[in-house]
Design a protein around this ligand. Structure first.
Ligand code: NAP
Length: 435
C-alpha cells in the first residue's frame, strides 16, 4: 500500500518537505492543506515586493504542485474545517508546515496606542494577504520608527523610505501602493537595541541600501568603527558579522545628498515606552552601551518622534487545533512532534518556522525539511501503511483554481508592466478560482 502524507501549510517549508518526499520515494503521495486559497506562504505574503529575485523559488513550488503525486486543497483551515485527528486517521503521516505568523510583542507601555503596529500586520498588508485587506495604516505623519535589527525590520523600513515610483513596477498590493503614494513619511529610523556586530540583518540586504536613489541612508560611522574595534578582540569573527560590518562601513561613508527622504539605522537604543496620548507621538529609548560581552543600559534615555511605529522583533506560532506551542514553536524533538512526556506522537511531524522558530532564509528550510522527512520514512518503515483515499467535502480551492488565480493576477499586471496585480480579498480570490 502506498504511503499518504498530509502537509499542513503550503509555504516554503511544506514545499521543501514534499520535494524531499518525492525524491526519496516514488509512490508516496502528498496532499497539501492550506488555509489561504493561494499557496507559496511567505514567498507570496512575506518577501518584500522590491525583492522579486527571492520570489523566483515559486517556480520550484509550482513544479512540485504539477507532480501527479501531489494534490492541493486551498482555503481549508485545520481546526475549523477538519480536526487534526481526522487527518491522523486518513494519513500515514501529517507534517505541519504552518509557520509562525504572530508578531512578538515588545511588552512595553504604549504598545496599544493608535499608530503602533506589528510587522506581522504591516508586511502581509503590503503583500495583499486577504486577512489584512481592511488593515488601516496612517501614513499622514512625517516620522516612522521601525523597532528591530532583522531583515523584516529592513524590509519594512525600506518600503516606508523609498519613493512610491520605485515600488510601482512591483507586485505590491494596490491598496499599499496607493497609501504609500499619499504617505508623508520622510524620516524612517530602524532601531537596534544592540551594536552593529549583533545586528540580525544579512549583508546583501544592507548592500542593497547603497543603490537607493532617492533616499539618504544614514549610519553612524563612529559606532560602526567602535564595533569593528570590539570584534578585533574576538577569537574569531564570524563571516556574516564581518560582512555586515563591511556593509555598515560602506553605508556610513556615504555623504548624505540632502534628499527629501531619509532612512537611518540606529544602534544601542532599547525601546522602553511608546509615547502618546491616544495616538503614538514618539518612542522613549534607553541608551545602551557595550561592556565586554554585555549590552547594558547607560541609565540615560532619549525620545525620538514617531507618527507610526512598527515593531519587527520576531514571530511566534499560533496554537493549532490543540497542538502545544512552546517558546513560539510546536513542541518537537528534531521535527517529531512530542507530547508533554516528550514521547513522539506517532505520525506527527513539523518543519520550518513552526519547528525551529522564525529564523533563516527561505533556502534554510530545504535541508531542515529533508532531515525531518528522512526521520519520517525511518519511522514509517516500522509500521504498516494505513492511509486511505481522502477528499475533503468542502469548498476547497484545488490546483486548477489556484492556477486561475495565478494566471489572472499575472494578466492583470501585464498592461502596467508589473509581475502581477494580486487579488487582495477572499471574495476576489475565491470567485476567480471558481470562475
Ligand atoms: P530576526 O532576524 O530574529 O530579528 C529580530 C530582531 O528583533 C533582532 O534584531 C532582535 O534583537 C530584535 N528584538 C527582539 N526583541 C526586541 C525587543 N524587545 N526590543 C528591541 N529589539 C528586539 O527576525 P525577523 O527580522 O523577524 O526575521 C525572521 C527571519 O526571516 C530571519 O531569519 C530573517 O533573516 C528572515 N528574513 C529574510 C529576508 C531576506 O532574506 N531578504 C527577509 C525577511 C526576513 P536582538 O538580537 O538584540 O534580540
Amino acid at each position: 500500500m502506498k504511503t499518504r502524507v498530509a502537509i499542513v501549510g503550503a509555504g516554503p517549508a511544506g514545499f521543501f518537505a514534499a520535494q524531499a518526499i518525492f525524491a526519496k520515494d516514488e509512490t508516496t503521495t502528498v496532499d497539501f492543506f492550506e488555509k489561504l486559497p493561494t499557496p507559496w506562504g511567505l514567498v507570496r505574503s512575506g518577501v518584500a515586493p522590491d525583492h522579486p529575485k527571492i520570489r523566483t523559488v515559486s517556480k520550484v513550488f509550482e513544479k512540485i504542485l504539477d507532480d501527479p503525486r501531489c494534490r492541493y486543497f486551498g482555503n481549508v483551515e485545520i481546526g475549523k474545517d477538519f480536526s487534526i485527528s481526522q487527518l491522523q486517521e486518513k494519513y500515514d503521516a501529517v507534517i505541519f508546515a504552518s509557520g509562525a505568523d504572530i508578531g512578538r510583542k515588545l511588552g512595553i507601555p504604549g504598545e496599544e496606542l493608535m499608530g503602533v503596529h506589528s510587522a506581522a500586520e504591516f508586511v502581509p498588508w503590503y503583500n495583499a494577504h486577504p486577512d489584512f485587506a481592511d488593515f488601516k495604516v496612517d501614513l499622514s505623519g512625517t516620522h516612522a520608527i521601525v523597532i528591530g535589527a532583522g531583515n523584516v525590520a529592513m524590509d519594512v523600513g525600506r518600503l516606508l523610505a523609498v519613493t512610491p515610483d520605485e515600488l510601482a513596477s512591483t507586485d505590491i498590493a494596490d491598496h499599499a501602493l496607493e497609501a504609500l503614494r499619499k504617505s508623508s513619511i520622510r524620516k524612517t529610523m530602524i532601531v537596534a537595541r544592540r551594536g552593529p556586530e549583533h545586528a540580525a540583518f544579512t549583508s546583501p540586504e544592507l548592500r542593497d541600501l547603497l543603490d537607493l536613489e532617492h533616499t539618504d541612508v544614514l549610519v553612524n560611522a563612529e559606532l560602526v568603527q567602535q564595533a569593528i574595534d570590539r570584534t578585533q578582540t574576538w577569537e574569531e569573527i564570524p563571516k556574516d558579522v564581518r560582512q555586515n560590518l563591511e556593509a555598515f562601513q560602506n553605508l556610513s561613508s556615504i555623504v548624505p545628498q540632502d534628499r527629501d527622504r531619509e532612512l537611518s539605522i540606529n544602534f544601542l537604543l532599547a525601546p522602553i515606552e511608546i509615547l502618546g496620548d491616544t495616538k503614538v507621538s514618539g518612542v522613549r529609548f534607553s541608551i545602551n552601551k557595550i561592556e565586554g560581552a554585555e549590552v547594558i543600559p547607560t541609565g540615560e534615555t532619549v525620545d525620538h518622534p514617531a507618527d507610526i511605529v512598527i515593531s519587527a522583533v520576531g514571530y511566534t506560532s499560533a496554537a493549532l487545533d490543540g497542538l502545544p506551542v512552546i517558546n513560539g514553536k510546536i513542541r518537537n524533538i528534531e521535527g517529531r512532534i512530542t507530547d508533554s512526556d516528550n514521547n513522539h506522537i506517532s505520525g506527527m511531524y513539523v518543519v520550518g518556522w513552526a519547528k525551529r522558530g522564525p529564523s533563516g532564509v527561505i533556502g534554510t528550510n530545504k535541508n531542515d525539511a529533508a532531515l525531518v522527512v528522512e526521520r519520517m520514512f525511518e519511522d514509517l518503515a516500522t509500521v504498516p501503511s494505513r492511509g486511505t483515499e481522502f477528499t475533503p467535502e468542502i469548498g476547497f480551492v484545488d490546483l486548477a483554481g489556484w492556477r486561475k488565480i495565478n494566471e489572472s493576477e499575472i494578466a492583470r499586471g501585464e498592461s502596467s508592466g508589473r509581475p502581477r496585480v494580486k487579488f487582495p480579498t477572499y471574495e476576489e480570490l475565491l470567485s476567480t478560482a471558481r470562475s
